[in-house]
Design a protein around this ligand. Structure first.
Ligand code: LMR
Length: 393
C-alpha cells in the first residue's frame, strides 16, 4: 500500500529545525522555530520550573491517569491568567491540552462536529499551522485581511470591513497578543472595535493565546482577550505554556470555553471532553503539574514573572540592536518597525528568494514568509546576520 506514496513536504516551521540540525556550517544561525534563546544561545529550564519539579518529585505518589479535563486546580489557574481580577469562572470550562496546538485541534474537532457548517476565519497572514490544524479537523478555512500592503502595520479598516462581512455563527481566529508571524498587534481602541464587531455580527471568537507575557506583561498582554471576553457572550481560548514557561517539550496548554450560562459552559466542556477522549484520551501530567505548582506558590509565581520579564527584555534589546545594525548597513531603508513589533517574531519583509539565499549562502534559517525569531539573535550572531541580510536585500 505504501509503495506508491511520495514524500510529503516538510513542515514549514519544524522542518527548518531538521534542516538546520543537518547543516554542517559551524556559523549557522537558526531564526526559524519560535523558541526562546539566551544570549549564550541556549534554551534553559526556568528556575521556577526546576524548583516546582523538585517539589513535585518529592511529593508525587502515582502516575495513574488524570481525568479527561486534566488537573482540576490548573483549570482555575489558567482562567485567572486569562481574566485577571474580573474572572467569571462559572461561565467557563477548561480542558488541559498537549500544548496550544493540542487545544486548537480539540477546539477545531468540537466545532467541526457540533457546528459542521461554520467556517473558520484566519488573519492574512497567520501562523503557518493554523489552516492545517483547522482543515485537518474538517473545517472550511477562510481569511480576513490583517497586515497592510506595507508589510509592517495593521490594515485595520480592511480587517474590520472583512470581519463585518463574516456570516453569523462562523468562528474568527484572533491572536490574543504578539501576533504570529507579524508581531503586529491591534491597539487598545482597535481591540474594543474588534470585540464590538465580533459581538454584533454574532461571530464566535477563538483566541490563540500562546505568548502571554512576551509583549508587555501578563495583564497588559491580556487586554484584547479580556475585551473580547467582557463584550462577547461565547468564546474559545487556547492557552500555551510552551513559551512563557519554557515548557516546549512538555506539551502543556489549555482550552477554555466561555459560554452564556454555567449550564451552557458545563455542556460545552462535556463536548470538549469527547473531543479530548477521541484524540488522546486524557492529557499528560507533568507539564500541567509544573504550571500548577508554580501558580499555586506566590514565591514561584514571583520568580516566574521575573524570569518572563528577563526574556521579554532581552528580546526587546535584540530588536533595538538589530534595527541599529541594519540602519548602519542600509541607512536609506527604515527598519524601525521591527522595534515596534511585539513578542518573539518579526516580519522582516524578506522575500522567498532572499530567504532561500540566506539559507543557501549563509546557513541562516528563516521561515519562508520572512518571519524571523528575534529571540534567536544574540550579540555574537547579530553582526554576521545583519551583514547577510543587507547583502541579500
Ligand atoms: C512557531 O510558530 O514557531 C512555534 O509556535 C512553534 C510551532 O509549533 O510552530
Amino acid at each position: 500500500m505504501f509503495e506508491h506514496l511520495t514524500a510529503a513536504p516538510p513542515d514549514p516551521i519544524l522542518g527548518l529545525t531538521d534542516a538546520f540540525r543537518s547543516d554542517s556550517n559551524s556559523n549557522k544561525i537558526n531564526l526559524g522555530v519560535g523558541v526562546y534563546k539566551t544570549e549564550e544561545n541556549t534554551t534553559p529550564i526556568l528556575r521556577c520550573v526546576k524548583e516546582a519539579e523538585k517539589r513535585l518529585l518529592e511529593r508525587e505518589q502515582t502516575k495513574s491517569y488524570l481525568g479527561i479535563p486534566g488537573i482540576a486546580a490548573l483549570g482555575k489557574q489558567v482562567r485567572t491568567l486569562l481574566w485577571g481580577d474580573r474572572i467569571d469562572d462559572e461561565r467557563c470550562g477548561t480542558v488541559q491540552t498537549p500544548g496550544g496546538t493540542g487545544g486548537l485541534r480539540v477546539a477545531a474537532d468540537f466545532l467541526a462536529k457540533r457546528f459542521p457548517h461554520a467556517r473558520m476565519w484566519c488573519s492574512t497572514p497567520t501562523w503557518a499551522n493554523h489552516p492545517s490544524v483547522f482543515a485537518a479537523a474538517g473545517l472550511d478555512v477562510q481569511y480576513y485581511s490583517y497586515l497592510g500592503e506595507d508589510g509592517t502595520s495593521l490594515d485595520f479598516p480592511a480587517m474590520l470591513a472583512d470581519l463585518e462581512q463574516i456570516p453569523a455563527g462562523d468562528t474568527v481566529c484572533l491572536h490574543g497578543c504578539c501576533h504570529n508571524p507579524t508581531g503586529v498587534d491591534p491597539t487598545a481602541e482597535q481591540w474594543e472595535q474588534i470585540a464590538r464587531v465580533v459581538r454584533e455580527k454574532q461571530l464566535l471568537p477563538l483566541l490563540d493565546f500562546a505568548y502571554q507575557g512576551f509583549g508587555e506583561g501578563i495583564d497588559e498582554d491580556a487586554f484584547g482577550l479580556r475585551q473580547i471576553l467582557s463584550t462577547c457572550v461565547d468564546a474559545l481560548v487556547c492557552s500555551s505554556f510552551s513559551k512563557n514557561f519554557g515548557l516546549y517539550s512538555e506539551r502543556i496548554g489549555a482550552l477554555t470555553a466561555v459560554a452564556s450560562t454555567p449550564e451552557a459552559a458545563a455542556a460545552t466542556q462535556s463536548h470538549l471532553k469527547i473531543s479530548v477522549r477521541t484524540n488522546y484520551s486524557n492529557p499528560p501530567q507533568h507539564g500541567g503539574a509544573i504550571v500548577s505548582e508554580v501558580l499555586a506558590s506566590q514565591e514561584l509565581t514571583d520568580m516566574w514573572i521575573e524570569e518572563l520579564a528577563e526574556m521579554r527584555a532581552r528580546i526587546r534589546q535584540m530588536r533595538t540592536a538589530f534595527v541599529e545594525q541594519m540602519k548602519r548597513r542600509m541607512p536609506e531603508r527604515d527598519f524601525s518597525f521591527i522595534a515596534r513589533q511585539k513578542g518573539m517574531f518579526s516580519y522582516s519583509g524578506l522575500t522567498r528568494l532572499q530567504v532561500d539565499e540566506l539559507r543557501n549562502k549563509y546557513s541562516i534559517y528563516v521561515v519562508n514568509s520572512g518571519r524571523i525569531n528575534v529571540a534567536g539573535i544574540n550579540e555574537q550572531n547579530l553582526r554576521p546576520l545583519c551583514d547577510a541580510i543587507a547583502s541579500v536585500l
